[in-house]
Design a protein around this ligand. Sequence first.
Ligand code: ADP
Ligand code: ZN
Length: 518
Amino acid sequence: MLLKETQSKLLPTLKKYFGYDSFRDQQQLIVESVLLKKDNLVIMPTGGGKSICFQLPALLFEGVTLVISPLIALMKDQVDGLNANGITADFYNSSQEKFEQDAIFDKVVNKEIKLLYVAPESLSFLENILNETYFSCIAIDEAHCISSWGHDFRPSYQQLGFLKKLLPNTPIIALTATADKATRKDILEQLNIPKAAQFLSSFDRKNIELEVRPANDRVLQIIKFIRKKPSEAGIIYCLSRKSTEQLAEKLMQNGINAKAYHAGLNFIERTKAQEDFIYDKTQVVCATIAFGMGIDKSNVRWVIHYNMPKNIEGYYQEIGRCGRDGLDAKALLFHSYSDVIQLRKFMSGASNEEVQVAKLERMKQFSEATTCRRKILLSYFGELLSENCGNCDVCKNPPQVFNGTIIAQKALSVITRLNENEAIGTVIDVLRGAHNAAILDKGYDKLKSHGVGKEISWRDWQQYIIQLINQGYCEIAFHKNNALRLTQFSKKVLFENATVSLTKAVDIKEQQILQKEP
Ligand code: ADP
Ligand code: ZN
């Protein structure tokens, strides 16, 4: 139990330094646990209010709270923000002049600051003063970076296990917005805090409407989407720097106030892009995932994923940047088959390739799901939603399922005829009886099944084949030019007459709709 005296200081300190009248959700429990010198793991969504959990205890501890954070670029802002609230804090990094660093050492030794921010790489420079005489608490921000199970693994985080050994009586508070079960376990093990109290806040952001659409004509779809929301700020996440620029350009050509943002811009350009967005001078930012970390803009109304994210953690973190004010917001994800292939290629050869691929697979399943999307998301983070959410595209438009056995048989037999050597595009061309050069060159027009699927449009075929892949009736050979091949389940369809259910393909006529609009 916390001393009465300490307990009575909590709310007044919250009010005095942060200006809030009450704690949110679990903040008070966490603050108390830290002050009781327990170790803690805090999982709270972006915008949930993690900072208070270590900044407030820092004010009540006698010594300094060491804050380890990977975001060197944001440290100055964070420290400035604290100072503006009357909290003494500083940051240490290797690019500072020696005299600046010495001054910081002095402040720690004399306990003149309450918080010291440092990147994990710089910890070794603090060797001489890193002990329990000076430090009262250790906060590890973005703690998922320690785990190769996490989605943003950073080797420099791996050495942090020594902290508990060096300062065994100093409470550690590890914080992150994203960690599935395996990652949580890994964080505790690696930090040597197996008995840490765990605080899992609900990940449910009910106010964010979730929608996934096939990526056909996505630029047109986006233009139409934004035209319906003329004054609402939003972020569009793209996979590459180039696509952020191309997309911003296209949007501007269509009269939309958009700007690109990526790590290739220089510091001044980046800062300007951020500020213009924060101060509502830019409506739309087309960005790589470099954008958003630490950006505090509560009225972002929507987030679009132009490309598929690598994993659900990333997706969730990115959509979490809209609707922070609790008002209605919307997350729209474009699901593209070729994005999945591209991402899969990036992962090839990575040290944790298997983990990454498994995570991508989950992301793909989420995108193609025909059950409540929020249920899937929350279950990923270990939460169970008992009712359908009513605020996702699946809930709003439950998919119509039909007997797609014949469609499946046609597709699988073409794949067989092509000796499992061709990727989806060619398979569809053969199904549709195309006579283009590639088909003629290879003599595919002579196949018996050439044209057996004429009655179905190219795009519908694409969606149906993706559904077949999802249901395991065929698969993509990633290391063989993405050729479609059969699986152990294919023969059930081809020879055993198994029934295949498919969901009606979504009809996208954006082109026509757009032409009608000014
Ligand atoms: P996180 O680090 O979890 O993303 P922050 O600590 O930056 O979140 O807090 C997100 C926002 O919520 C900030 O604008 C912060 O000022 C606000 N906030 C945090 N705690 C409270 C509280 N108890 N009452 C009101 N606002 C709060
Ligand atoms: Zn739902």
